[in-house]
Design a protein around this ligand. Structure first.
Ligand SMILES: [Zn+2]
Ligand SMILES: [Zn+2]
Length: 239
C-alpha cells in the first residue's frame, strides 16, 4: 500500500505520497511556508529534488501558496484542475461558516492565480505518472476541487470535508449544491478513510449517515444546461 504521510503546516494539511525513490506532495500550504515544508520533507529523508510533482486539491492559497515557489526553485510541475486557475468567492453556511469565513480571510489573505503544468480531470488515472490513484472531480468548495482516490479506498479530499471539531462537510463553498452533489457521488464508492485538508484523517463511515440524509433531501441543481446534465437528478433519462 502506498505510504501517505500527513504533514500539518499550521492548520492546513499537506500530504506526502511516497513512491519508491520519488514522492508527490499533495497541497503545499500558505505562502511563506516553504521552509517548514522543506524541513518536513527532510524529516522524512527527502529533499524537494526528490519530488515528482506538486498536486493541488484546489487553488485556495492555504493549499497552493508555495506551489509557484517550488516550480520556480526546483522545476516541479504543478498538477491541478484547470477550473481552479482562478477561484471564485466563497459563501458560508451556519455558525461554522461564519467562524470559518472570518478565519478564512485571515488564513488565506485573498486568492491568487496558479497555472497548472498538468491539467487534472475527473476519472483520470495517475498511473502514467507512477501514482496508484484516480482523480475525482469534486466541485463545490471550488469549481476545480479534486479528490485523490488511492488504492480505491483512501481519499485525499481537499476541503470537501474538514475535521476541526469532528468531520463535517465544508461550511464554506463557492456552490453548496454542487458540493452536496459531489458528496452524493462519493457515497457510491467504497471509500474507507478520508484525509481532509484540515484536521486529522477519519473513517468515511463517520459522515456517511449525514451524507445519506443530505442526499435524500437533495436540492435540484442550478445548472446552466440542466437538460443535458447526467448529474442533474430531475432530468436523468429524459431527452
Ligand atoms: Zn479551500
Ligand atoms: Zn483549506
Amino acid at each position: 500500500m502506498t505510504e501517505l504521510i500527513r504533514i500539518p503546516v499550521g492548520i492546513v494539511n499537506c500530504y506526502l505520497l511516497r513512491l519508491g525513490h520519488t514522492s508527490v506532495l499533495v497541497d503545499c500550504a500558505n505562502p511563506g511556508s516553504e521552509e517548514k515544508i522543506v524541513e518536513a520533507l527532510g524529516r522524512h529523508g527527502l529533499a524537494p529534488d526528490n519530488l515528482r510533482m506538486i498536486l493541488l486539491t484546489h487553488n485556495h492559497p492555504d493549499h497552493s501558496g508555495t506551489a509557484a515557489w517550488f516550480r520556480e526553485h526546483y522545476g516541479l510541475p504543478i498538477a491541478m484542475h484547470p477550473e481552479d486557475i482562478v477561484v471564485g468567492p466563497l459563501k458560508q453556511e451556519g455558525l461554522g461558516g461564519l467562524i470559518l469565513g472570518a478565519g478564512t480571510k485571515l488564513v488565506m489573505g485573498g486568492t491568487h492565480e496558479v497555472l497548472p503544468d498538468i491539467a487534472l480531470e475527473g476519472g483520470q488515472s495517475l498511473k502514467e505518472y507512477g501514482i496508484p490513484a484516480d482523480v475525482l472531480h469534486l466541485p463545490g468548495h471550488t469549481a476545480g476541487s479534486v479528490g485523490l482516490l488511492l488504492d480505491g479506498r483512501r481519499l485525499v479530499c481537499g476541503d470537501l470535508y474538514m475535521n476541526f471539531v469532528g468531520p463535517h462537510l465544508a461550511y464554506i463553498a463557492e456552490d453548496f449544491d454542487r458540493m452536496r452533489n459531489s458528496e452524493r457521488k462519493l457515497l457510491a464508492r467504497p471509500v474507507d478513510i478520508v484525509f481532509p485538508g484540515h484536521g486529522r484523517p477519519f473513517r468515511f463511515a463517520r459522515v456517511t449517515e449525514e451524507a445519506e440524509g443530505r442526499a435524500r433531501t437533495k436540492m435540484p441543481l442550478k445548472h446552466p444546461k440542466q437538460a443535458d446534465c447526467m448529474d442533474c437528478p430531475n432530468t436523468q433519462g429524459k431527452p
